[in-house]
Write a protein that binds this ligand. Structure first.
Ligand code: GUN
Ligand code: FE
Length: 457
């Protein structure tokens, strides 16, 4: 059936009649364009498939297949606080809303309940891969990793390190204690998914403000011991955060890039959330070190202060890796479609402020950010992000006709081109259009199972 994916930031591939072959371990073994559905079995035979061993699925009218969304920045414990405190400045919002909420994850029963809802909720939105910040608690972080694996979501899971400037009820006793729990979580994640097929650990200093120098130093040592492990932190998010960081670490002259680099935390698989305010020096540095940016336009425009999102055009111009993040409680939406739309809106404001220099983002560009761009940021570009042969099948079946047509501009079967249907879905669709979700070839959400009466008979 119809298939749409990004092969680069400038190339959106729209194939009206594709054959996508996936083996029993979830690997894509063939992608052929222009296939006549009637000759499917002949083609399968020519590809050395034994037709009796192959299950063939033809997509229905108005349906197409696309890669799953990659959410490069998500706080799982904030699932239940989404939408609260919008308009507050970052440090106030952390103190008043977020830290009291995250402290509740000392209770493992609470953690399992919220994390189950959280992963279900994100899978329902077609997010097949997410990079999660957990809370500071070891047992709850392990539960988050367990739940991702049980429910089949691909994930990076990081225990937050917080040893400074945090309330008594939500702080770790020392750098040693923080590292001990972090190593214990890493060991747990390695034990439940030894080959890291779905779930992997990520080193997660929350941000410099919440870490002592000692904590940043030992985390840098830990990173050195695990050269392939991802690292994530918040970076140049907002005025209140940047001036506090500068006050705590004056030796870095206001450069967070110099700060994190000094502690050995900037490298290829470092995911830097926000990057709203970047000096020339910092742009050059994160490019040279090949770090990626998690652009979180919804949270940037609602929580944080400054209320200005990063210039994605500038990152693209410099070929800095960039993807999208929902940021969970930092915003109000778990939908990557909302993040894509907000990225477009923010980029239009940037176009005006730059006197036309930073052109607004296109649908194809925000789609790239939400899929292949995010995979690059998370170091998973060889595994996911599009349907290149050899990658693992993380995909969504999108439906645009039938019971749910009222939630998009109604399209009459056959009247719109596939490109038009795609654009309408990106700009007006929602999770009701996401009929089926697959991770590594395993179905993790299906409309029929959820009783939505789809597809129509
Ligand atoms: N900076 C430190 N922690 C956080 C967080 O939880 N959300 C956001 N948006 N910024 C942060
Ligand atoms: Fe965040």
């Amino acid at each position: 059936g119809p298939l749409i994916h990004s092969t680069s930031v400038t190339n959106l591939e729209i194939i009206p009649s594709a054959l996508l072959a996936i083996d029993s371990s979830g690997i894509i073994t063939a992608l052929l364009p222009d296939v006549d559905p009637a000759s499917t079995s002949t083609i399968l035979t020519s590809l050395n498939f034994r037709p009796s061993l192959v299950e063939v699925t033809h997509l229905g009218p108005g349906q197409f297949i696309m890669p799953g969304f990659v959410d490069t920045h998500n706080h799982a414990p904030q699932f239940g606080q989404r939408g609260l405190g919008q308009g507050m400045h970052i440090i106030d919002w952390l103190d008043k809303i977020t830290f009291p909420n995250e402290a509740r994850f000392a209770d493992t029963t609470h953690a399992r309940k919220v994390y189950s809802q959280c992963i279900d909720g994100f899978l329902r939105q077609g997010i097949t891969m997410a990079s999660y910040y957990a809370s500071i608690h070891g047992p709850a972080t392990k539960i988050l990793a367990d739940v991702c694996l049980e429910k089949g979501q691909r994930a990076l899971v990081g225990k937050c390190n917080m040893t400074a400037n945090s309330p008594d009820f939500y702080i770790e006793a020392s750098a040693e204690e923080s590292i001990r729990v972090t190593e214990d979580c890493i060991a747990h994640i390695r034990s439940i998914d030894p080959e890291g097929k779905l779930v992997n650990p990520v080193i997660t200093p929350r941000f410099a403000i919440s870490c002592t120098e000692e904590t940043l130093r030992v985390l840098g040592d830990l990173a050195k011991q695990h050269p392939d492990m991802a690292i994530q932190t918040h970076f140049n998010e907002a005025e209140q955060e940047m001036s506090f960081t500068q006050k705590l670490f004056p030796q870095f002259d206001g450069s967070e890039a110099d700060l994190y680099e000094h502690f050995g935390l900037l490298r290829e698989k470092t995911i830097l959330a926000h990057c709203c305010h970047m000096s020339e020096h910092e742009l050059t540095k994160i490019k040279a070190l090949n770090c990626g940016v998690a652009h979180c336009p919804v949270s940037n425009m609602t929580v944080g202060g400054g209320f200005m999102a990063a210039s994605v055009r500038e990152f693209l111009r410099r070929e800095i890796k960039v993807g999208l993040g929902t940021d969970s409680g930092g915003g109000f939406s778990s939908s990557m479609l909302d993040a894509m739309r907000q990225a477009m809106i923010a980029s239009h404001a940037r176009e005006v402020f730059s006197g036309g220099k930073d052109k607004g983002l296109t649908v194809a560009e925000v789609f790239h950010l939400a899929t292949l761009g995010g995979a690059e940021v998370c170091g998973l570009q060889d595994k996911i992000g599009n349907f290149a042969v050899g990658k693992e099948f993380d995909g969504l079946v999108i439906g645009t006709l039938g019971d749910n047509q009222g939630i998009m501009t109604p399209v009459e079967d056959g009247e719109d081109t596939l490109a038009t249907i795609f654009e309408k879905f990106i700009m007006t669709g929602d999770d009701r259009n996401i009929l089926e979700v697959y991770v590594r070839g395993r179905q993790v959400k299906g409309g029929l199972e959820l009783g939505w009466g789809w597809p129509p008979t």
